[in-house]
Design a protein around this ligand. Structure first.
Ligand code: ATP
Ligand code: MG
Ligand code: MG
Length: 594
């Protein structure tokens, strides 16, 4: 029918909805099966997608793409997206990771609750069903227990140019295979002594169809099923079954699984024939994984950065993990926007990191309150202050809008203005004074006139220096009657407006200036040593002064520090012991390499 589908997956889904592909899905199992518990009654009107992480690490920005895609499709087509822990591999999984994944998906703004049901599953709940399905395959002559050594099995698999060789165990009878499989299950065989293999075709040009292993012996404690099992299903066997039991319609995965699709289909067909699964089965579709410049997304390598203390933890603001992005100051909206903007395709490519930063700026532009902060402070003294205002201790309130006019939607009430004090002494950026100005320099130098933004116009008169010639104070004269927002504001023309923070009411803050963790755009491409690509300047900590409106910032609050970029009050350290700590999320525009 008519389609406005913006990508190939939407196209497929719209076609399936038009044709009612899943409207006639029939359930073959008996009530009380794990299948029924998982999927409930078939609900033909909808699509079901799933996000199936393995709980063996923290999620990263690549997973965020998959989350936004799967949950987004379900949302847009009135379907349901399941969160499923693919916890069939006992060794690397833990409850810590399970909880971190739940947090990450929720934080990104998605829910697996639909129609009063919690669609949160774990693959290990299906171990009984998977075992029964394996026996059914054996009984129907579709699987056999192979007791070749691992080396023999590898040698007999062949390669891209050579067909494989049949195992000497391949022609065992179903009864013999059943007995051996039960012996595997009952712990009578050592780890690695045998595997259960699907019996397909050792000469297939697709190596994944050369009798893939579907069960192995592994005496390992599972974080959920404990020591109940000493055999565990292989991922390629478990995954299609998980999808089918949950009545997933569109099983969306990354391109490297394309060669697995024939096995996915083979297995579900065999189990449907055996009366174990509903029909039609789910279908697998592949999309290109996210590759982001300056970023690595391998969990193993990310774990290495944490374990070797190259970063402060999984939530270090330089990490591409979702907890890291969150602590850095990225918002769920900016990540959703990013996922939408990069779209889904069927060919691999690199996305430039600046695309992610651009999405953050776009999200915060109209949301983040403005504030002034001085990151590299030097004191400016207005030497004629007492002459003009009667005493050195005199201060005056200045005001500035929290958001620019352009950020206020029609009919929306602007937030209260920021109030801060100007007095005889203020902090300015060290780079805003030059004793001998370079050509074109418009800020402070002796004889030049500038405005202290939101305050008074001043004329620079000179500076004081220490024995090493380093400027310790900048001197200026305040010009009476020029305060911003008063009738005389424009009576004296200023060459520039500079940001500042009053000594009287400025708040001391630690500011963490983060940069990219790697200085190479492809840190782990082509087997490179990614540790050698670490950017030695990825974190610089400065002691700054910030305006008093920031004294009330709560952890996670985001701001635009005028001229410096977007900052967030650190969600872990801000406020601890009364200390203010801000992280730089990103600069105001893409300045990388400039
Ligand atoms: P890693 O290779 O880092 O260990 P993984 O792919 O093994 O990651 P899973 O927990 O299996 O991690 O992934 C869950 C889902 O996230 C999968 O459906 C996978 O396709 C998807 N995913 C993982 N990495 C990316 C990526 N870079 N881009 C898009 N989707 C991804
Ligand atoms: Mg995986
Ligand atoms: Mg992987």
């Amino acid at each position: 029918g008519d389609t406005k589908a913006s990508n190939f997956l939407r196209q497929i889904i719209e076609n399936d909805l038009d044709r009612g592909t899943y409207a006639s899905r029939r359930w073959a199992g008996s009530p009380g099966d794990a299948a029924h518990q998982a999927g409930g009654q078939p609900d033909p009107a909808k699509i079901r997608t799933r996000f199936p992480p393995e709980p063996n690490g923290y999620l990263h920005v690549g997973h965020a793409k998959s989350i936004c895609l799967n949950f987004g499709l379900a949302r847009d087509y009135g379907g349901i997206c399941h969160l499923r822990f693919d916890d069939t591999n006992p060794e690397k999984e833990s409850t810590e990771f399970v909880n971190s994944i739940i947090d990450a998906v929720q934080w990104l703004g998605f829910t697996w609750d639909a129609n009063g049901t919690r669609h949160l599953y774990q693959a290990s709940d299906y171990f009984d069903f998977m075992y029964r399905a394996a026996e059914a395959l054996i009984e129907r002559g579709h699987a056999y227990v192979d007791e070749q050594s691992a080396d023999e099995m590898r040698a007999n698999r062949g390669d891209f140019t050579t067909p494989g060789k049949n195992s000497p165990f391949r022609d065992r009878t179903p009864a013999e295979n059943l007995a051996r499989f039960r012996a595997m299950r009952d712990g009578q065989l050592a780890d690695g002594a045998a595997v259960l293999r699907a019996k397909i075709d050792m000469a297939s040009p697709n190596i994944n169809l050369r009798d893939p292993a579907i069960y192995r012996i592994r005496r390992a404690t599972h974080h959920h099923t404990g020591d109940r099992w000493c055999i565990y299903p292989m991922y390629t066997y478990a995954h299609p079954i998980e999808d089918a039991l949950e009545q997933i319609t569109h099983s969306i995965c990354t391109l490297e699984f394309e060669d697995q699709r024939p096995f996915y289909d083979w297995l579900l067909e065999r189990l449907t024939e055996a009366g174990l699964l509903a029909s039609p089965p789910p279908r697998q579709y592949e999309f290109a994984r996210l590759n982001l410049t300056y970023v690595i997304t391998s969990k193993r390598k990310l774990a290495q950065l944490v374990n070797e203390q190259r970063v402060s933890g999984w939530d270090d603001p330089r990490m591409p993990t979702i907890v890291g992005l969150r602590r850095r100051g990225y918002t769920p909206e900016s990540i959703q926007l990013f996922a939408e903007r990069i779209g889904v395709t069927k060919s691999d490519s690199w996305i430039d990191y600046s695309v992610l930063e651009g999405c953050l700026r776009e999200d915060l532009e109209n949301k983040a309150h403005r504030a002034m902060a001085v990151l590299d402070p030097v004191k400016l003294v207005m030497t004629n202050w007492a002459e003009v205002f009667g005493s050195d201790g005199h201060t005056e309130d200045c005001t500035q809008p929290a958001l620019p006019h352009s950020a206020i939607a029609e009919g929306q009430t602007p937030p209260p203005e920021r109030v801060f004090k100007i007095g005889r002494e203020v902090w300015i950026e060290r780079e805003d004074f030059e004793e001998v100005p370079p050509k074109g320099y418009k800020r402070l130098f002796p004889g030049n006139i500038v405005r202290l933004k939101g305050g008074y116009v001043i004329e620079c008169t000179g500076c004081a220096k220490d024995a090493d010639g380093r400027v310790t104070e900048v001197h200026a004269k305040v010009i009476a009657g020029t305060k911003s927002g008063t009738p005389g504001a424009d009576s004296v023309k200023a060459k520039a407006a500079i940001t500042w923070v009053g000594v009287a009411d400025g708040v001391a803050a630690e500011v963490r200036l983060y940069d990219r963790l790697f200085s190479d755009p492809h840190p782990d491409a082509g087997g490179k040593d990614f540790l050698a690509a670490l950017n030695p300047n990825s974190l610089k900590v400065v002691q700054a002064w910030v305006e008093p409106s920031l004294a009330n910032a709560r952890p996670d609050d985001k701001f635009q520090f005028e001229r410096h970029g977007y900052f967030v009050a650190d969600r872990v350290d801000h406020g601890v012991g009364g200390k203010a700590v801000f992280n730089r999320v990103t600069g105001l525009k893409d300045s990388w390499g400039k």
